[in-house]
Design a protein around this ligand. Structure first.
Ligand code: PDD
Length: 286
């Protein structure tokens, strides 16, 4: 039976309840985080913690998240996920429950802190080797998507649009530029050069994105962090998405048009293999 963490207690999922006054429910007034674990070890926890701290500061939620690493590990243990090849922990912190007013509660209330964990099934390599399809969706999100808030309605609708069109992933397009996915970052490749949108308020600065850029350095692939015009995207040799649980996911078709040869390319494959090695290192405690 799944166990979750809610406001200081570990308990069965069935026994975890929130107030209907929770501002996460009423306003989407909160942040979240998803961290991958390989054989029960968190990948890049300090980077995830830094993003949580940034989000709490941006929303002015008064909460010290420094104890959360221990909560993540205990939750993995309580769910028997220490040995799982790939699992994840979801964390959400909202401003808490208070009578509904748009402004912050006049008397501060404790934030709601909720975590759950689950196992992740990586697609079999044969499936990965076929590549994945994406659709472009107008990016109508707010102007601070660099904060990982729980307000994900545009992302939900975009991902559903992809599913409705028989595709796997999304590419948000704004002002003619390929921005990022609905739950991942987006890259294109020209020859050996790897290109991705720069970090700004327009994208979530993905931790997997950061890992992949490091791997590009190790593998000797030149990197350009710059906006990607959509017409240029269609001229790319390769494209891929990156994210927690997305890992490195080849994108071989966008809006029904092939990218490059329409097959998974060598740079994407090399980066995925290097990512899997990195994950192995995490699993071994490296
Ligand atoms: N999504 N861009 C968006 C819009 C995201 O929601 C995410 C993560 C990323 C990739 O960030 P990272 O590499 O740090 O996971 C980029 C999480 C996993 C989710 O919503 O489930």
């Amino acid at each position: 039976m799944a166990r979750v963490y809610l406001n200081g207690r570990f308990l069965p999922r069935e026994e975890a309840f929130l107030s209907v006054d929770d501002r996460g429910f009423l306003f989407g007034d909160g942040i979240y985080e998803v961290t991958a674990a390989y054989r029960g070890r968190l990948m890049r926890w300090p980077r995830h913690l830094a993003r949580v701290e940034k989000g709490l500061k941006a929303l002015r939620i008064d909460y010290d998240p420094s104890e959360l690493e221990a909560v993540h590990y205990q939750l993995l243990r309580e769910n028997g996920l220490e040995g799982a090849p790939v699992s994840y922990v979801y964390l959400q912190i909202t401003r808490g429950a208070a009578p509904r007013t748009h402004q912050f509660p006049s008397t501060p209330v404790p934030p709601t802190v909720y975590l759950f964990a689950g196992e992740y099934q990586r697609p079999p390599r044969e499936r990965w080797e076929q590549g994945f399809r994406a659709v472009t969706v107008p990016d109508q999100r707010w102007a601070r998507v660099d904060i990982k808030t729980v307000q994900l309605l545009p992302n939900v609708l975009a991902k559903q649009a992809a599913v409705d069109r028989g595709a796997d992933e999304v590419i948000f397009v704004k002002d003619g530029l390929a921005i990022e996915g609905a739950l991942n970052n987006f890259f294109v490749v020209f020859g050996r050069t790897v290109v991705t949108h720069p970090c700004s308020n327009q994208i979530l600065a993905g931790i997997t994105r950061e890992v992949v850029l490091e791997l590009c350095g190790r593998l000797g692939f030149p990197v350009e962090e710059r906006p990607i015009p959509v017409e240029e995207m269609f001229q790319a040799d390769e494209a891929f998405h990156t994210g927690t649980l997305t890992e490195v996911k080849p994108c071989v078709e966008v809006d029904g048009r092939p990218i490059g040869t329409g097959k998974v390319g060598p740079v994407t494959r090399a980066l995925f293999d290097a990512f899997l090695e990195e994950a192995e290192g995490v699993a071994r405690g490296g």
